[in-house]
Design a protein around this ligand. Structure first.
Ligand code: SAH
Length: 413
C-alpha cells in the first residue's frame, strides 16, 4: 500500500487586485456588476437605484448599457421605478427591428392558437422582447397597452408593423389615466374598432367592450383554463366568483353544467355575462347572474345552506407592490375558506391568482391554510399558469403572474 505524501500547505497567494474588466463599448453606461448575472439571463429591468448618480439622458432614448459580459440597448425612462428596459443585445432597435419582433411573436401564436379562436395576446411585453408593451388582438382589431410614456416611440413602431399586417383591420392604444381611473382609446392606424366586438374562443362567442371593459377587454390569460373546466362541468352546479363578463360561466354552461351562478360586484359585467350566454344560444335559465360583493354573497349562501359542485374564484390582483404581499396572502386565505364552505364535499375548487408578487408556492400555501380553516382536505389535481400566448422570458419570473390551481376538497376524515 502506498502511503500518500503528507499534504503540503500552500503558501497563501498574495492578494491580487482584480484587473478592471476590459470595456467592450467605452461609450456605454456601465451598470453595477451585481446585475450582471440577471441581465445576462434575460431579466430586462434595471431599477433607478442601480443607475450611476451622474447619468443623464433624454426620456425615451435608447442607451447602450454594459455590465460585465452583458451589453445591450435599453430605453431610458425618467418617470417609473424601472429606469431602463433592455430591448436588444444586438443593435440599437429601429422600426425594422421592432417589426421583426412582431413577426416573431405572430409566428408563435400561429403555431399555438387553438381552432375557432380569434382573440389572443400577440405581444406579451418582456416575453416577446418588447418590455412594457402588450398587444391583444380581438377579431382583427389590435389593442396596444404601454406601461410607460417613455415607450412612445416603440409603440409607434409596433403600431406601424401591425397596421401593415394583412390580418389586422385596425390598431388602437388603450390609454389609462390611473389617477382618474378612466381609460380611452386612441386610434393608431386602420379602421376604428366597433364599440363592442364579438370574438370567438374555442368556438364560443364573447363580447368585448374595447372602451369600458377591463384590461384590453377580456382576460385572455385564462383561455385554456376555461376550456379545461368546460370538460369537467357536465352535470355540475357551478359557482363562478369574480366572474367579470362570465367567460368561465359560458364555458361551463357549454360544457353541460346543470346550472351556473356568476357573481361580480360590477353590474355591467353581470349584464354582459347574461348576453354572452345568449350569444352562444345557450338556455338562459341555466345561468344566474348576481351583482354582489363576493364575500357578502358567500356569507349569505353559507347561511342558507347553498352548495355547488365546482367553485371558481379568480379575484382581481390583491397587491400592487411587495409591501402589500402580506395583506394579499391573508385575503386569499379568507377567500378560500369562504369559497370552500359552499362547496359540496368532494367537489372541485378552482382557485386563481393574478397577483405577480404571490409566487406559486405561496399561493398553494394560502390554499392549504384556507382549507384547514374550512376543515377541508385539499388535494391539488391540476396546476397551470397562463395560456401559451403569454410567454415569459425564462429569466424574468415577474412575467409568470397567473396561478390556476384545481383542487378536490374532502371533509376531514
Ligand atoms: N374571471 C374573470 C376575470 C376576473 S377579473 C374572467 O375570466 O373573465 C376580477 C373581477 O372581480 C372584476 O370583474 C371585478 O369587477 C370583480 N370584483 C372585484 N372585487 C370584487 C368583490 N369584492 N366582489 C365581487 N366582484 C369583485
Amino acid at each position: 500500500m502506498s502511503k500518500r505524501p503528507p499534504r503540503q500547505r500552500a503558501e497563501p497567494a498574495p492578494r491580487e487586485q482584480k484587473p478592471p474588466r476590459p470595456r467592450r463599448d467605452p461609450s456605454a453606461l456601465l451598470l453595477p456588476e451585481s446585475l450582471e448575472a440577471r441581465l445576462d439571463a434575460g431579466h430586462p429591468w434595471v431599477y433607478r437605484d442601480h443607475i450611476p448618480a451622474r447619468f443623464s439622458a433624454r426620456g425615451g432614448d435608447f442607451v447602450a448599457v454594459e455590465c460585465g459580459r452583458f451589453h445591450g440597448w435599453a430605453i431610458w425612462d425618467e418617470e417609473s421605478p424601472i429606469a431602463l428596459r433592455v430591448f436588444s443585445r444586438k443593435q440599437r432597435p429601429d422600426a425594422a427591428w421592432v417589426k421583426a419582433r412582431v413577426d416573431e411573436a405572430w409566428a408563435l401564436r400561429k403555431r399555438l392558437l387553438p381552432p375557432q379562436t380569434d382573440a389572443f395576446r400577440l405581444l406579451f411585453g418582456e416575453g416577446d422582447q418588447l418590455p412594457g408593451i402588450v398587444v391583444d388582438v380581438y377579431a382583427g382589431f389590435a389593442v396596444v397597452v404601454s406601461y410607460a410614456s417613455a415607450l412612445g416611440r416603440v409603440v409607434a413602431w409596433v403600431a406601424e408593423a401591425l397596421a401593415e399586417h394583412p390580418e389586422i383591420r385596425g390598431v388602437c392604444e388603450r390609454v389609462t389615466r390611473r389617477k382618474e381611473r378612466t381609460s380611452s382609446l386612441r386610434l393608431l392606424g386602420g379602421e376604428p374598432p366597433p364599440e363592442v366586438a364579438l370574438i370567438e374562443e374555442y368556438g364560443l362567442r364573447y363580447e368585448v367592450d374595447f372602451e369600458a371593459g377591463q384590461k384590453t377587454g377580456l382576460f385572455l390569460d385564462h383561455r385554456e383554463n376555461r376550456h379545461y373546466l368546460r370538460q369537467l362541468a357536465s352535470g355540475k352546479r357551478v359557482l363562478n366568483l369574480f366572474s367579470y363578463t362570465g367567460a368561465f360561466s359560458v364555458s361551463c354552461v357549454a360544457g353541460g353544467a346543470s346550472h351556473v351562478t356568476s357573481v361580480d360586484i360590477a353590474a355591467p359585467a353581470i349584464e354582459a355575462a347574461g348576453r354572452n350566454v345568449a350569444h352562444n344560444a345557450l338556455p338562459a335559465e341555466l345561468h344566474e347572474g348576481v351583482a354582489a360583493d363576493v364575500f357578502e354573497f358567500l356569507e349569505s349562501a353559507k347561511a342558507r345552506g347553498r352548495k355547488w359542485d365546482l367553485v371558481i374564484a379568480d379575484p382581481p390582483s390583491f397587491a400592487s407592490s411587495r409591501a402589500e404581499l402580506f395583506g394579499a396572502l391573508r385575503a386569499y386565505k379568507k377567500l378560500h375558506t369562504a369559497a370552500l364552505s359552499v362547496l359540496e364535499p368532494g367537489g372541485l375548487y378552482a382557485g386563481a391568482s393574478c397577483t405577480s408578487q404571490v409566487s406559486p408556492d405561496a399561493f398553494r400555501q394560502t390554499l392549504a391554510e384556507g382549507a384547514a380553516r374550512a376543515q377541508r382536505r385539499l388535494t391539488v389535481v391540476h396546476e397551470v399558469a397562463h395560456a401559451p400566448d403569454h410567454p415569459y422570458a425564462a429569466g424574468h419570473l415577474e412575467g409568470r403572474y397567473l396561478k390556476f390551481v384545481l383542487c378536490r376538497a374532502l371533509p376531514f376524515a
